[in-house]
Design a protein around this ligand. Sequence first.
Ligand SMILES: NC(=O)c1ccc[n+]([C@@H]2O[C@H](COP(=O)([O-])OP(=O)(O)OC[C@H]3O[C@@H](n4cnc5c(N)ncnc54)[C@H](O)[C@@H]3O)[C@@H](O)[C@H]2O)c1
Length: 275
Amino acid sequence: MSTVSAPRLLITGAGSGLGRAMALAWSARGARVLVADIAEAPAQETVALCTAAGAAEAHYLKLDVTHEADFVAAAAWVQAHWSGLDILVNNAGVAGGGTVDGISETDWEWIININLLGVARGCRVFTPLFKQQQAGQFVNIASMAGLLNPPGMASYNVSKAGVVALSETLTSELSPWNIRTLVVCPSYFQTNLDSSLRTHDPAMKAALSKLLTSSDITADDIAAGIVAAVDSHASLYLPHEKARAAWQMKQQHPEAFAAEMQAQARKQAAAKGRS
Ligand SMILES: NC(=O)c1ccc[n+]([C@@H]2O[C@H](COP(=O)([O-])OP(=O)(O)OC[C@H]3O[C@@H](n4cnc5c(N)ncnc54)[C@H](O)[C@@H]3O)[C@@H](O)[C@H]2O)c1
């Protein structure tokens, strides 16, 4: 890191939800924050909030994670204005769901392009800069969905499992250059994620919105945990206690875990009158 007191961060999808919460958490520590998003108006709001929260600097940069050229421009921006970058947070993501025979190929391509390739692009474009600096931190936002693979959301699960695999690979591959990678796997929490949902199932939007409001922790709680996980050089962070227990159960009792997932699937099928 260049300075301990004013780390230089780029956060994708920082106009809303967890991205905004992380921007504010690091701003409160006097960081320099580049708020990147496709949606300008909410991202400009985040910039104003970062400044009020104590950021040394906060700027908006239009960045669509599906466009490699936007990451290349972002890398040029941080080199020109800050002579480098300490932390890239690959956070931007969207929601998708439905049964495996219902999710269209177009929707598979859409979600993989944003949730998985969006993270891969960020890592690919910024790795040469981090290697040159002999320092850098990736924070990749995956999901418990990428570890537990619940039924009824195959395309989202696969996109997030890919982010876990990419992150674990980089944790070792880039370690010779002092480059760290943290992958974060939250369970549900309240944000605007449901507004991005693509599905063939009309009941799914209400179900997702309900799950988002069911969380016992907030985006701010998770952001604080992520800052602490970066401080402690962690490579995996699971913010939700219940989800940590489910992950342990899957590792220790895979058959019992599979039976639980099957029971969940039967419930979903029954709700649709197919049992
Ligand atoms: N909310 C949850 O329950 C939950 C759970 C696990 C993981 N996550 C993950 O957390 C991350 C943040 O999501 P959130 O819940 O804060 O949702 P959100 O919808 O509130 O925020 C997502 C942000 O990403 C931006 N975005 C979307 N597509 C983009 C693109 N192509 N390029 C750049 N920006 C883009 C949106 O404009 C928005 O500002 C996502 O990766 C999501 O999958 C969320």
